[in-house]
Design a protein around this ligand. Sequence first.
Ligand code: FE
Length: 339
Amino acid sequence: MRIKITMLMLLLSASTHSSWADSNEVNLYSARKEALIKPLLDEFTRETGIKVNLVTGKASALLKRLVTEGRNTPADLFITTDAGRLHRAREAGVLQPVSSQQLNSVVPANLRDADGYWYGLSQRARPIFYVRGKVDPQQLSTYEALADSQWKGRICIRSSGNIYNQSLVASMIANIGEMKTEAWAKAFVANFARPPKGGDKDQIKAAVAGLCDIAIANTYYVAKMLTGKDQDLKKAAEAVAVFWPNQQDRGTHINVSGIGMTSAAKNRENAIKLMQSLVSEKAQQWYAEANQEYPVREGIPESPTLQSWGEFKSDGVELSKLGELNADAVRLMDRAGWK
Ligand code: FE
């Protein structure tokens, strides 16, 4: 009798385990919050009958988990933000290349890995936000010009440990070279109103509170402040205006959230189907709007808030370059005294 029970338990555990690699499922690790992605996955399941098992977590924790689990990871797909992080995942060996004509034709070349290790799903820009009435936008022009002494003690930006700033600096290295970027960074840091602290929203709040006149922040933070329920955040966001830097040359720095297939993926076909579904017209519109981001797919309307900020020219540098230059950017920021 005891033997029979053990056998039964073994069978049961084997069947639960194999459900992760069942042909009618796909397993996704996502560094984005469940609410920002779940409705899309449910829609995918309704349309294809493929069940999506979703695990959400912090970007660095999920990457660590993928590395630790190695070949045994149940994950078929990994979603995270910032090309710097996506590139890190590729470097860590947890992704495999995907070759899909559909993905390649929908996702612009600069917003995906050239070898197919990851694809952008949404775009965000990192422009300048200035306090209305305190800064004449005529005084603003480029990221480079923020090194000018007229901005002494007037700039708020988060720390150099943050991937968004690392990618911004990497984009400058890619565009103007390391020497010019380093000289810029030193003068830029000297203009900080305070030692960097907090996230992007905190920079906007600090500016509105009078601690600085200019803040650098990702677009979706400010758009969410404007459209969210928190009245204080809304007021703060209303007190600033966006300025798109570098419109006369390379364009404003942008980045993506993106997806890649894990090197240990067992449900490859389902995974590719889900990737393709996430860049469909319907998914692109919902995903971009829910996150207050810009779609990667052409011809998809932006959220009303983003539309109100107008069109802008974005830096067309290949985002995978920013990943390649990440270590250089980190060292440069350190030398420049960017805390
Ligand atoms: Fe963010």
